[in-house]
Design a protein around this ligand. Structure first.
Ligand code: AHG
Ligand code: MN
Ligand code: MN
Length: 327
């Protein structure tokens, strides 16, 4: 029996799990495994900084430099630095697309992968001790390693992701990812400094009773979105909105529900970014039996034309997203 067919038991350490699944990858040379380990390692560093969020100002009042002699920085900039350094050192990726950089960042030109990342998602929740996250997508580069990076390496459709996932810095820290063979969730054990498999083969309930949307923007939603929200209320669904996409998505993944960030009068393409927010979560959702759409089209089929392009986003339980699309 192939090693990858043997289910890893709950409690397996992330490294062991990644290794045992390595032969599921199309190009099983170990680089994608190393990339996932680099991301996991950087997330542990970010997690440590997230846990000190309220203390950074206290320490900052002593002077603008921290104990390492570095400037104190906002957590989303810090998180961006942590992930880009880890990926640069790792050497498996040739380019990094990030919410925090206007253009993509060149990493190791011999690297075979392209990464898109939202290093810190839910920034408005940092200062108030509410869950935040990191979102990542991994693509295989199309051009030959060692040659100049091409637009076709950078602007790939979500359907070409080879792996994607998120880290949720919540009441516990979790890493959830897929390589296209289902979704697995790992919970961080801070005293051991390791992620352990806690949620094997995650499945999103096909129906749900939670709707997550910023209703403060109700007046700028289209009539059809308003009608769908009326339907949710008539059915007595539960409204839950954290304002951190990762946290809202994760809850709905486990419990069943729909997350909506629609087009608004002000933002006709909504607010969320296709390349480093929606694609990764769409891939995870589909791999868990859920669905992700811009209201008309499958998110993973959208051809990006620019790094920071936005899209309306409907993601969650399959039947709920399908019904919302009909509206
Ligand atoms: P980021 O912190 O990376 O800029 O993302 C914030 C996003 C997302 O996490 C969240 O769901 C959404 O913005 C909230 O927007 P509203 O405040 O407009 O509801
Ligand atoms: Mn975000
Ligand atoms: Mn962000």
């Amino acid at each position: 029996m192939e090693e990858s067919r043997i289910a890893e038991p709950i409690g397996s350490a992330l490294d062991r799990f990644i290794k045992s699944k390595q032969n599921q990858f199309a190009y099983a040379s170990g680089e994608l495994s190393q990339l996932l380990r680099d991301i996991a390692l950087a997330s542990k560093v970010v997690n440590r900084e997230v846990n000190k969020a309220g203390l950074i100002d206290i320490m900052g009042s002593l002077g603008s430099l921290n104990t390492g002699g570095e400037q104190q920085q906002k957590l989303d900039v810090l998180a961006n630095i942590r992930f880009s350094r880890a990926l640069m050192k790792g050497g498996e990726a040739c380019a990094l697309i990030s919410e925090e950089s206007e253009s993509y960042l060149d990493l190791n030109n011999d690297g075979k992968y392209v990464i898109a990342i939202d290093p810190l998602d839910g920034s408005s929740n940092i200062d108030v001790n509410v869950s935040i996250g990191t979102i990542f997508s991994i693509y295989r580069r199309k051009s030959k390693p060692g040659t100049p990076i091409q637009q076709e390496d950078i602007l790939q459709k979500g359907s070409e992701q080879v792996a994607a996932g998120y880290i949720l810095y919540g009441s516990s820290t979790m890493l959830v990812y897929t390589t296209g063979h289902g979704v697995n969730g790992f919970t961080y054990e801070p005293t051991l400094g390791e992620y352990f498999l806690s949620h094997p083969n995650m499945r999103q309930p096909i129906n749900g009773k939670i709707f997550s949307v910023n209703e403060g923007s109700y007046k700028s939603f289209s009539q059809s979105v308003r009608n769908y929200l009326h339907f949710c209320k008539d059915e007595g669904y539960t409204g839950r909105y954290i304002g951190s996409l990762v946290a809202d998505f994760h809850r709905n993944l486990l419990k069943g529900g729909i997350y909506i960030y629609p087009a608004t009068a002000k933002d006709p393409n909504g607010k969320l970014r296709l390349m480093y927010e929606c694609n990764a979560l769409a891939f995870v959702a589909e791999q868990a039996g859920g669905k992700a759409s811009n209201g008309k089209e499958r998110i993973l089929d959208i051809q990006p034309t620019s790094l920071h392009q936005r899209t309306p986003f409907y993601v969650g339980s399959k039947n709920m997203v399908e019904l919302a699309e009909q509206y």
